[in-house]
Design a protein around this ligand. Structure first.
Ligand code: SF4
Length: 383
């Protein structure tokens, strides 16, 4: 079996950056899931001035800067606070992450609930660092596959419900205020019933309280944002979830984009944008083969990785029609669900898992990159 990766019980932030293979990783939570054009440009400037210039979009719709040094971090923080990309109060970052269903509009329930919850953020129970909240109150839930411990969603009947992760159904509430009240109450129940020991709601075995019965089904899941034209602008993809600051800056400063919404699907919605610069390195088409590949940062970016993942992902893109996950170690950060083929780094070589995740039992072990390429070539010839 591959050695277990070290699991940190907290998520990095901006005030609590994480040391990685290429320096500090500084994670920015876009307020309400979106940034103004000016904030995007500032983020890009900050990434280039104080970091390596690489920006990543995470599966929780956060944006993170890489390659920040201990010496430049204080200056970066002052810069991020100045541009309202980070609160000047480190305690705000300790509150659970709110993930909003993308493409929300002013007046929708999703931003209304998010603002109500932000205003009452100090009333939430103090919970383990990885606990998150999804506010998914559009016509149909779109964040069901994204990591969150508590969800506010639309029911089949069109009302609102609050659902604990791990349960297929939730509890109906009368309106947005009641949804926030119920959610706050649920966080206190979670902690009081041993949530710190469980770590995440999905693993929490205590029965739900009688006032939070799981008896109402959410509406059937809605479609995720497709790439290309959208009624709010243009949706673009970031290859393997990362982009050079220069590329992102051009995508907003040379277009009419006024706001950028982050999504948990490696896609950005450029609102009020109708055209993009030619050949900008962003993914624009739903048929792009890179969309079938998931690859974590790998070496030299993550200290737990022993293999370079993204160059191999670029090399293999388009070869096979199956889903491929390339993971620097058995932690499998880039993909939560099984892939048809999962290539997992171990001691500088690759293990091959078929129909599984990074921690599944491999069918082959210790392959060099060249041997992996041959394996995938044969797979594509036989498929
Ligand atoms: S899966 Fe990748 S990013 Fe996650 S810890 Fe392992 S090497 Fe690092």
């Amino acid at each position: 079996m591959p050695p277990s990766p070290s699991i940190k019980g907290w998520c990095p932030g901006a005030w609590r950056p994480m040391a990685t293979g290429d320096g500090l990783l500084v994670r920015v939570r876009p307020p309400l899931g979106q940034l103004s054009r000016e904030q995007v440009v500032a983020l890009c400037d900050g990434a280039e001035t104080f970091g390596s210039g690489l920006i990543e979009l995470t599966s929780r719709a956060n944006l993170q800067l890489r390659g920040v040094s201990d010496a430049s971090w204080p200056q970066l923080m002052a810069f991020l606070v100045e541009h309202q990309l980070v609160s000047d109060d480190p305690e705000v970052e300790r509150q659970p992450q709110l993930m909003l269903a993308p493409a929300w509009k002013k007046g929708d329930d999703t931003p209304t609930i998010a603002r109500l919850l932000q205003a009452r953020g100090s009333e939430l129970a103090s919970m383990p660092g990885k606990v998150g909240i999804a506010i998914d109150a559009g016509k149909a839930p779109v964040l069901s596959d994204s990591a969150a411990d508590f969800r506010i969603e639309r029911s089949r009947e069109g009302g609102l419900l609050v659902r604990a992760d791990g349960y297929a159904q939730g509890t109906t509430v009368s309106d947005t205020d009641a949804a926030v009240e119920q959610l706050i109450r649920l966080t206190h129940w979670f902690v009081d019933s041993g949530g710190w020991a469980s770590g995440r709601m999905r693993r929490h075995k205590a029965p739900l309280p009688e006032w939070a019965q799981a008896d109402t089904a959410p509406a059937p899941p809605g479609e995720k944002l497709a790439l290309g034209k959208h009624h709010e602008g243009i949706v673009v993809g970031l290859p393997f979830g990362r982009v050079a600051a220069e590329t992102l800056r051009e995508a907003v400063s040379q277009t009419s984009a006024r706001v950028v919404q982050a999504t948990p699907w490696r896609r950005l919605l450029l609102q009020d944008c109708d055209t993009l610069p030619a050949d900008d390195g962003l993914i624009r088409h739903n048929s792009d083969p890179r969309l079938a590949m998931d690859a974590c940062p790998g070496t030299p970016y993550c200290e737990q990785a022993s293999v370079a993942t993204q160059p191999l992902a670029e090399k293999l893109s388009g070869w096979v029609e199956t889903s491929v996950h390339i993971s620097g170690c058995a932690k499998g950060c880039a993909r939560r669900t099984p892939a048809d083929v999962c290539l997992v780094g171990q001691a500088g070589r690759f293990n091959v898992v078929v129909n599984g995740g990074a921690d599944s039992t491999p069918v082959k072990t210790g392959l060099s990159e060249g041997e992996v390429v041959n394996f995938m070539r044969k797979l594509s010839e036989n498929s």
